[in-house]
Write a protein that binds this ligand. Structure first.
Ligand code: SAM
Ligand code: DTB
Ligand code: SF4
Length: 346
């Protein structure tokens, strides 16, 4: 069990900065070595996203198509029926995905019938043998435990950027709010998925700060999504310049070196990236993608195009680490990888 506290850093910021600023090809080479030492370099985890509740969100995240206060092209939709979620999960599984991530445009989870419905979705998707992930906004320790008991494998809750830059992007919640939810999820024994977005007007220093925070969480996240901003018309960040592949590579490679066992997910922004650029990201240590024609509200490369890309690159979708068994009664507060019922590290 890890006994580090947040004040004892596992790797210090200066070291992260010196890695981040290495000559780019040196950085990619080193990250590739770390990747090969900890992972099968031909393996890629394929995750599929589903927006189970879309739009109308009270938060003011400056990048988001789903914030009620911005005039975007997104049509709001209430919470989906469990039967429709099941159909989407089965389709995702048939396409080769092993992780199914359900996102809701909520500030926070509220108890009551809607939460019960989400718990039923978790049970249903888990029974299909998929790693179930949710991203629903802030949760309490009690809600996290209830989701764990229902079979939740991972919870996605991004820090997005540095603590210093956060209020330039989001004002309706604080960095500490975010950290509290991450604690609740971790303490419930759920795998933590936490990363950020490039292209929010942040500096290299902000990116290094974010990496420093992630790597020095009480336990580092099991998965780290690296998103390139999808600039949405109607949001304050519309018209933002495209994130360069060189920035994505620095972020991915540094994440790979400082969090060697994590899955590093090349997330939003792939539609704008030629396959040659995505290939560089895999060389730099990315080993997971979101597949499916849609992310939450924006388009993504088609499944056929991704299948062809993975075949060209000699990458193989990795097997699921969960089996379609009933949820075990083992719901103790142990992180995945150490739990008696989970069976495999992420
Ligand atoms: N409402 C929940 C929350 O904010 O945690 C869950 C859904 S939210 C859409 C999930 C994550 O998607 C955000 O934390 C952000 O990192 C990412 N995201 C949202 N809009 C994005 C965009 N336009 N470009 C890139 N990433 C985006
Ligand atoms: C993450 O880091 N990226 C995904 C997932 N976690 C939930 C979401 C990307 C959303 C991109 C914009 C959209 O489709 O609305
Ligand atoms: Fe709401 Fe999440 Fe979008 Fe922020 S990122 S506006 S919390 S849906």
């Amino acid at each position: 069990m890890n006994v580090l506290t947040q004040s004892q850093s596992r790797i210090d910021r200066a070291e992260i900065a010196s890695i981040y600023h290495m000559p780019l090809l040196e950085l990619i080479g080193r990250a590739n070595g770390v990747h090969r030492a900890h992972h099968d370099p031909t393996d890629v985890q394929v995750c599929v996203l589903l927006s189970i509740k879309t739009g109308g969100c009270p938060e003011d995240c400056a990048y988001c198509s789903q914030a009620a206060r911005y005039q975007t092209n997104v049509d709001s939709q209430g919470l989906m029926q469990v039967s429709d979620v099941l159909i989407a999960a089965q389709r995702a599984k048939a396409s080769g995905a092993t992780r199914f991530c359900m996102g809701a445009a909520w500030r926070q989870v509220r108890g009551g019938p809607q939460f019960d419905q989400v718990l039923e979705m978790i049970r249903t998707v888990n029974a299909e043998g998929l790693e179930v992930c949710c991203t629903l906004g802030m949760v309490t320790p009690e809600q996290a435990s209830a989701m764990k008991q229902a079979g939740l494998y991972a919870y996605n809750h991004n820090l997005d950027t540095s603590a210093a830059h956060y209020d330039q992007v989001i004002q309706t919640r604080t960095y500490d709010d975010r950290l509290r939810t991450l604690d609740a999820v971790r303490n419930a024994g759920i795998s933590v998925c936490c990363g950020g977005i490039l292209g929010l007007g942040e500096t290299d220093e902000d990116r290094i700060d974010l990496l420093n925070t992630l790597a020095n969480l009480p336990e580092p996240p099991e998965s780290v999504p690296v998103n390139a901003l999808v600039a949405i018309e109607g949001t304050p960040l519309e018209g933002s310049p495209k994130v360069s592949v060189w920035s994505m590579l620095r972020m991915i490679a540094t994440a790979r070196i400082i969090m060697p066992t994590a899955m590093v997910r090349l997330s939003a922004g792939r539609l704008e990236m030629p396959e040659s650029e995505q290939a560089l990201c895999f060389l730099a240590g990315a080993n997971s993608i979101f597949a499916g024609d849609k992310l939450l509200t924006t388009p993504n490369p088609s499944v056929d195009r991704d299948t062809a890309m993975l075949a060209t690159l000699g990458l193989t979708p990795r097997r699921s680490s969960v089996s379609p068994a009933p949820v075990s009664s083992c719901d103790t507060a142990k992180p995945p990888g150490t739990s008696c019922c989970d069976g495999s590290a992420d």
